[in-house]
Design a protein around this ligand. Structure first.
Ligand code: SAH
Ligand code: SF4
Length: 386
C-alpha cells in the first residue's frame, strides 16, 4: 500500500499518471486529502468510481496514532504521536489572537546533541518520512477545524515552524516534499513567509533550501564565538560561524523576508553576559573575525529563556538579565524580541519536546562521555562582571 501523504502534488500526479489517470485527477485527490482531511476514498464523490476502486486497493492516507494529548492552561496543545518501534514524536499547536502556529517534528530524536535541548539529550533514532511529517499537519489542521468549529475556508493553522524534535536540514529529502505541500495552493496554501525552517546550521543544506524552496529561515545561534558554540551546538565544529554567516547572507538573496531570525537560548552564566551581547552585536554587524570578510548579516534576534528539563544541569537566565541583554542589542540597533514561553506546564515549550526515542546511534552516550563542565568552557575573557 502506498501512503499518499508521502507525495507532494507533482509526486501524486506522477503516481496517478503511472496508473493511467490524468493530472487533474491527482489534483482532485490532493485537495480531498489536504484541504478536506478525507481519507476514505469511497467518500470522494467527484472521483470516477474506477479510480476510487483502484485507490482502495493500492493506497492509504496513513495517519499517525495519537499516543497522548495534553492541553495547557494557555491553550497550547501537545500531541505525542507513535511512530513505531518504540519511537514517538511531539507536535505542538500554539494559538494566538491573530494566528495558529503548528510546531512540527522532523526526526525521532536528533543527532546534533545540543547541550540545552531535551531532544538532543535523548539521542537519535531515525528520520521521519514525508508522510510522517505531513501527518502531523494533516491531523492537527483537521482535528482543530472540527474542535474550533471553523467555517468552510477558515484555517486552524496559519503558520508552520519546523521547530519540534529533530534537525530538519538533516532530513532534507523528506522535508522538501512536505514543505511543498504546505505551500501548495491545493494543499495548505501557506505563504513562504509563514513556513519557517529552523536549523542549528547545516550549511550545505541551507544552500540547497535556498535553491529548492526558500521559506523563512531561523538559525539557532546560541553563542557569539566558535569556542562556546562548539560546546553548546556540536555541529559548529563542522560548520563554524564564518561559514554559517556566509550561508545566512547567501540565503537572503532568495528568502521571503529580508532578514534571518537568529535564535538565542539564554543560559544563566553561560552565554548571557554583557560581553556575549557585545560579541553578538559585532558578529551580526560584521565587526567579528567570523564576519569581517563577508560583512553584516541583516537579522532579527529572538531570545528564548532556557526551558529547563531534568538532566541538563543548566539554568534559565534571570528575567532581569534577559531584559538587560535584549536592551543592549536593541541599543545597538538590532531588532530583538524575547520569546514568550508557551505551554511550559505541559513541557511543550522550546527544547522540552522529548517524545520517546530509541537512541540507536548512542549519541547521547557519546556526548555524556565527552562532557566538559560547561562553565569551564565559558572563556573568562568573555564574561562581563555582573
Ligand atoms: N533542530 C532545529 C529545530 C528544533 S529546536 C534547531 O535546533 O534549530 C527549536 C528551537 O528551540 C531551537 O532554536 C533550539 O535551539 C531551541 N531550544 C532547544 N532546547 C531549548 C531549551 N531547553 N530551551 C529553550 N530553547 C531551546
Ligand atoms: Fe537537535 Fe535542534 Fe535540539 Fe540541537 S536544538 S539537539 S539541533 S533539535
Amino acid at each position: 500500500m502506498t501512503n499518499l501523504l508521502d507525495f507532494d502534488h507533482d509526486g501524486l500526479a506522477a503516481w496517478c499518471e503511472q496508473r493511467g489517470e490524468k493530472r487533474f485527477r491527482a489534483t482532485q485527490l490532493f485537495r480531498w486529502i489536504h484541504q478536506r482531511g478525507a481519507r476514505d476514498f469511497g467518500a470522494m464523490s467527484d472521483l470516477a468510481k474506477s479510480l476510487r476502486e483502484k485507490l482502495a486497493l493500492q493506497a492509504v492516507v496513513q495517519p499517525l496514532p495519537v499516543a497522548s494529548e495534553q492541553v495547557s492552561a494557555d491553550g497550547t496543545t501537545k500531541w505525542l504521536f507513535d511512530v513505531g518501534a518504540g519511537d514517538a514524536v511531539e507536535t505542538v499547536f500554539i494559538p494566538e489572537d491573530d494566528r495558529g502556529t503548528l510546531c512540527i517534528s522532523s526526526q525521532a530524536g536528533c543527532a546534533v546533541g545540543c547541550r540545552f535541548c531535551s531532544t538532543g539529550h535523548q539521542g537519535f533514532s531515525r528520520n521521519l518520512t514525508t508522510g510522517e511529517i505531513l501527518a502531523q499537519l494533516w491531523f492537527a489542521e483537521h482535528t482543530l477545524r472540527q474542535r474550533l468549529k471553523l467555517k468552510d475556508g477558515e484555517r486552524a493553522i496559519t503558520n508552520v515552524v519546523m521547530m519540534g524534535m529533530g534537525e530538519p536540514l538533516q532530513n532534507y529529502a523528506a522535508l522538501l516534499p512536505a514543505l511543498r505541500v504546505m505551500l501548495d495552493d491545493h494543499g495548505y496554501g501557506l505563504s513562504r513567509r509563514r513556513v519557517t525552517v529552523s536549523t542549528s546550521g547545516v550549511v550545505p543544506m541551507m544552500e540547497r533550501l535556498r535553491e529548492d524552496c526558500p521559506v523563512a529561515l531561523a538559525v539557532s545561534l546560541h553563542a557569539p564565538d566558535d569556542a562556546l558554540r562548539d560546546d553548546l551546538v556540536p555541529l559548529n565544529r563542522k560548520y563554524p560561524l564564518a561559514e554559517l554567516m556566509d550561508a545566512c547572507r547567501g540565503y537572503l538573496d532568495r528568502a521571503p523576508r529580508d532578514f534571518i531570525t537568529f535564535e538565542y537560548c539564554m543560559l544563566d552564566g553561560v552565554n548571557d553576559g554583557d560581553a556575549h551581547a557585545d560579541r553578538l552585536i559585532a558578529l551580526v554587524q560584521g565587526r567579528h573575525e567570523a564576519t569581517r570578510a563577508g560583512g553584516p548579516v541583516p537579522c532579527k534576534l529572538n531570545l528564548i529563556p532556557f526551558n529547563p528539563f531534568p538532566a541538563s544541569g543548566l539554568h534559565r537566565s534571570p528575567a532581569a538579565r534577559v531584559t538587560a541583554f535584549a536592551r543592549r542589542l536593541q541599543d545597538a540597533g538590532i531588532v530583538t524580541t524575547v520569546r514568550k514561553t508557551r505551554g511550559d506546564d505541559i513541557a511543550a515549550a522550546c527544547g522540552q519536546l522529548a517524545g520517546e526515542v530509541q537512541d540507536r546511534t548512542r549519541v547521547a552516550e557519546r556526548r555524556g562521555r565527552a562532557a566538559i563542565p560547561i562553565r569551564a568552557v565559558d572563556a573568562a575573557s568573555l564574561r562581563a562582571p555582573r
